[in-house]
Each structure stands twice: as C-alpha cells, then as structure tokens.
Design a protein around this ligand. Sequence first.
Ligand SMILES: NC(=O)c1ccc[n+]([C@@H]2O[C@H](COP(=O)([O-])OP(=O)(O)OC[C@H]3O[C@@H](n4cnc5c(N)ncnc54)[C@H](OP(=O)(O)O)[C@@H]3O)[C@@H](O)[C@H]2O)c1
Length: 268
Amino acid sequence: MNSVSGIRNFSTCMRRYANLQGKTAIVTASTEGIGFAIAHKLGKDGANVVISSRKEEKVSEALSKLKSDNISAIGIPCHVGKSEDRKSLLDLAQSNFGAIDILVTNAGVNPYFGTTLQTPEKAYDKIFDTNVKSTFQWIQDAVPLMEKSPNASITIVSSIGAFAPFEMLGIYSVSKTALVGLTKALSPELGAKNIRINCIAPGIIKTKFSQALWKNPDISKTITSQVALKRVGTADECGGIVSFLSSDEATYVTGETFVVSGGMPSRL
Ligand SMILES: NC(=O)c1ccc[n+]([C@@H]2O[C@H](COP(=O)([O-])OP(=O)(O)OC[C@H]3O[C@@H](n4cnc5c(N)ncnc54)[C@H](OP(=O)(O)O)[C@@H]3O)[C@@H](O)[C@H]2O)c1
C-alpha cells in the first residue's frame, strides 16, 4: 500500500467509525451491562461520553475502563429518580462539553418476579417510577440543553417484553410497552424542536440483570429455542444501533422502536 492509499484508507475508517466526533452523549445507568456497552460504542465512534449510576465505585471503575480505551469520558453518581442528581449530571456535562447532542435513557429495574395479578403495590410503583417516570423526567430535564444541537437524538432503552410480555415479569413488561408509547407520544413535540427520539427493544442480553434467564442451562435452552439466532445476545450488540440512531446518518428517523433480539417475536 502506498502512502496516499494508506491515508485514504485511514480517513475512510475515520468517517466510518468516528461519525460522532465532537458530539456529547449522556447515557444513564451506564457503569455496566447494556448502558456501559452503549457508552463504550458511542465513545469509540467519537463522542464525549458522560456516564453514571448510583454507586461511586462503579462509576470510577467504568471511567477507568473507558479511558484505557482512549475514550473521552466523565461521570458522577446519579440515581435516575433524583432530580438533584439529574441536575448535577447535566451541569457537569454542560460545563465540560457545552451542548448535549445525545441522550440514552437506559435505567430499568424489576424488583418482583411472579404472577402479574399478585404484583405488590410497592414493586409496581418502583417499576413505573424508575422505568417510565424517570425516563420521562430525564427527557424533560435534558431537552432545553439539547435544543442547541444541530442534530439531537434521544434513544430510550425498552425491551422485547414490550411486545411479548414475559411470564412472571408482567408489570416490568408493561412498563417497557409504555416506553414504546412514550417514544411515539413525544416524537412530534420533539420533532418541532429538531430533536429526534427513538427506542430500542433488546431481547435476552447476557448481563447481571438477566442472569436468571441464561445462567441455568435448562432455562437458557428453553429461552434460546425461541430466538431465531439460537443464542442470547451480548451487551456490545446493542451499541451499534444506538450509535447509528445518534448519528448524522439517521437524521430522518424518529418515533420508531428497533428490536435487537436475535429474532424473537416482536409485534404488539
Ligand atoms: N439484559 C437484558 O436481557 C435486557 C433485555 C431487555 C432490556 N433490558 C433493559 O436494559 C437496561 C439495562 O439493563 P442491563 O441488563 O444492562 O442491566 P445491568 O447489567 O444489571 O446494569 C444495570 C445498570 O444500571 C445501574 N442502575 C440501576 N438502577 C439505577 C438507578 N436507579 N439509577 C441509576 N443507575 C441505576 C447499575 O449501576 P448501580 O448499581 O451503580 O446503580 C448498572 O450500571 C434496563 O432498562 C433493562 O430493562 C435488559
């Protein structure tokens, strides 16, 4: 390869992999699992990333991993449901990087495993508070700072359970269906502000959150038999679609939900 074609190959690579250069991305609940993988991918593609979760030591550990991969990253502890935590994180992001171009709302919990009818009120409230209300509040708080971006993008992390409710995770699944609705409900209002909003619905992804579904070989076999690709997914496999949706390649895509499930049934 001569030096001219070497430079050309390099710049082609930069265009392909650094499409978020100069953008700033906030990913909530991002010190491990899907959130971390998304933050890592956005960072590798050139964005300055702002990470967080509740525990300080997890934030430090995740920041070290990102920085060791030459990613521009900052982070602080932030409980998604606490307005003062959201404000501190937005202030930190703004003072370090200016406008916010990308928001990924990833936090989701499930404190109850059992029949839908028997879901205790406390569990119901926690699921809806974290999964739906805090997602909405994150968007409310971030939008004024995103209006300054020429191509702002929000991605909500829902679940395949939004389309086909998981047995024993009924209310969790309903909260994830609500996020598909929230994406649709907000898209015209945000569209008028030149902010796009989309949603991803991961299938069974190998993380701590889903370990009950993949650790036991018998349960895992039953689960993967329903997946076209016959395996569970990895957190890294959720990053590419979010990077694409956040990029200038997707400027006419809004209000949609993208299923990342290896081919599980996905119609409402
Ligand atoms: N794994 C799957 O199969 C799957 C499938 C579909 C959808 N999802 C969705 O994907 C999202 C991420 O799940 P995951 O599997 O990646 O989980 P995970 O590996 O268990 O990671 C959860 C992350 O969220 C943080 N977190 C938890 N509660 C928080 C809160 N209230 N405020 C801020 N951070 C919080 C945790 O850190 P701290 O403990 O430090 O707070 C951690 O960084 C969730 O919305 C989940 O519903 C997962």
